[in-house]
Design a protein around this ligand. Structure first.
Ligand code: NDP
Length: 511
């Protein structure tokens, strides 16, 4: 039965009323010069309007970059520990408002509350980590080859950082990028995903409350073509940091090349869980369930492939399928729900397309397999959590990123074969092994060519103080988070101080 307007209001009580949100440029909330806005709706309930957002254009982007460029020098010259104090205050605001922000994020993006709380927590963790980094930003000191000479290398900021962010971690990823950029002394312009602008607006509100100087942090909402592309060509943007699809990442890489802009790309994944014959099978099933269907499979680290030793294969498939069928799908604001909607109708189409491809390739659906469209699902973008068994490593469902609640189970005869299957894709983000055999664990730890590796845990669960990113077509050699994250937003300057009072020639000029 269709819900009445009153029922809906009650359901969304305590959440923000729909209104028009502005861009955040130079410390002020301003409308786009286009005069246009776009709507943002709840992926679990298309009748729930979250708000309207500025449909910005290149002029708005230029205004934000000018503000960020103007703010750069004073911000660069603000002592790093003081910059860190601003970030700490942002962390405090996010911590205070964690529940409210998480609820808005579930409404905007769909994943269940426990996961959006985690998303905000990642932003808080990163704020605190980078606040502390303000008192480190370690460089290098070394002996000199000459007497009375001092050598060091220090980090310097780049200038204005352009950040292009996705919808699946709508606060965590913008926070990861912006906190690292800001602590190094850069200023920031963010273009959030058009599907999740509110989450980044809420982050901007936290920065505003923390008293960040005007122009240091700016947000311009709008389309990838209209706002994102002009960022890539803007001469005053020194570094672009992007998370999203490999296709768009490739375009960004090409567009940034003529100006030799620094570019950090964080893209797709086809991550694998390897289950060995000696594994704790129930633990592996727990991990696979969470890894495959957390965020409805819409994580770049999602466990979209599972390879299981033939001795335990049938038992594993049976257990995982039974648990998967019990998952409750629905609105992520409902505490009884395990898995929320997908982000959009087009994402559901992609999932349906791959389910058909999998069937046509000869794989067998052992759980789920269909979009959910009736009753409580009628107004949202829902799909059953879906498992394919009998998958061969070269099938498209085992090679291509689906970004939905679908995982593919394959068989292997040894850890070596599992590793070969694991490495046999174009991506290299995350992988994991379930085993009680330390030799197998170390072998896989050494030979899996992924940026992240887990033992007896699923492919998801990164912590902010370790580097995050992947090899091959997942990335372009950079990492975010941890100290590696500040490498993206700083450049090295080697400094030689000669206090001998005489001209000393370096060894290369004397021997
Ligand atoms: P996209 O790569 O299209 O979008 C990511 C960000 O880039 C968004 O802010 C988007 O803006 C922006 N963008 C899009 N086109 C351009 C462009 N030409 N120049 C500059 N910026 C641009 O990802 P989608 O959100 O459309 O998702 C598509 C697929 O990407 C998913 O199915 C998944 O495979 C992958 N993905 C991977 C993620 C990861 O974490 N690795 C995260 C999200 C997606 P706008 O939103 O306005 O289009």
């Amino acid at each position: 039965m269709a819900k009445t307007a009153t029922q809906r209001e009650r359901e969304y009580a305590g959440l923000r009323a729909a209104r028009e949100y502005k861009n955040y440029i130079n410390g002020r909330w301003v409308a786009s010069s286009s005069g246009k806005t776009f709507e943002n709706r709840n992926p679990a309930d298309s009748e729930d309007l979250i708000g309207t957002f500025q449909e910005s254009n290149a002029d708005d982007l230029h205004a934000a970059v000018d503000a960020a460029h103007h703010a750069f020098n004073p911000w660069r010259l603000t002592p790093a520990p003081r910059r860190g104090e601003f970030l700490y205050r942002v962390g405090e605001v996010l911590r205070r408002d964690k529940e409210k922000i998480a609820r808005e994020m579930t409404r905007e993006m769909g994943k269940v509350l426990a996961e959006t709380r985690g998303d905000v927590q990642e932003a808080i963790d990163m704020a605190y980590l980078m606040a502390g980094e303000g008192r480190r930003l370690f460089g290098v000191t070394t002996p000199s080859e000459l007497p009375n000479k001092f050598n060091m290398a220090v980090r310097m900021p780049l200038g204005v950082a352009g950040l292009i962010t996705p919808w699946n971690f709508p606060i965590a990823i913008p926070a990861w990028k912006s906190m690292a950029a800001l602590i190094c002394g850069n200023t920031v312009v963010i273009k959030p995903a058009s599907l999740t602008p509110l989450s980044v607006i809420m982050l901007a509100e936290a920065f505003e409350e923390a008293g960040l100087p005007a122009g240091v942090f700016n947000v311009v909402t709008g389309g990838g073509r209209e706002v994102g592309e002009p960022m890539l060509k803007h001469p005053k943007i020194a570094v672009i940091s992007f998370t999203g699809s490999t296709e768009v990442g490739r375009e960004i890489s090409v567009a940034c090349a003529p100006q030799f802009k620094h570019v950090h790309l964080e893209m797709g994944g086809k991550n694998i869980i390897m289950v060995m014959e000696d594994a704790d099978l129930d633990l592996a099933v727990d991990g696979a369930l969470w890894g495959a269907f957390g965020t409805a499979g819409q994580r770049c680290t999602a466990a979209s492939r599972i390879v299981v030793h033939r001795k335990v294969h049938d038992q594993f498939v049976e257990k995982l399928a039974a648990r998967t069928r019990k998952l409750r799908v629905g609105n992520g604001l409902d505490p009884n729900v395990d898995m929320g909607p997908n982000i959009s109708a087009s994402q559901i189409k992609t999932v349906e397309k791959y389910v058909k491809i999998g069937k046509d390739e000869g794989a067998t659906v052992v759980a789920g397999g269909s979009a959910l469209t009736n009753g409580p699902y009628a107004k949202g973008h829902f799909h059953e959590p879906t498992i394919f068994a009998g998958v061969k490593p070269d099938m498209r469902i085992a090679q291509e990123e689906i970004f939905g609640p679908v995982t593919s189970i394959m068989q292997c005869n040894s850890v070596e074969e599992a590793i070969a299957i694991g490495n046999g894709v174009k991506y290299g983000l995350s992988s994991s092994i379930y085993t009680r055999d330390v030799n197998k664990a170390f072998l896989a730890m050494r030979d899996m060519y992924t940026g992240i590796f887990y033992v007896n845990a699923p492919t998801i669960g990164a912590e902010v103080h370790l580097p995050f990113g992947g090899t091959k077509q997942t990335g372009n050699g950079h990492r975010e988070a941890g100290v590696a994250g500040i490498d993206v937003f700083s450049e090295w300057k080697s400094i030689y101080v000669d206090y001998s009072g005489s001209l000393q020639r370096a060894q290369i000029d004397t021997e």
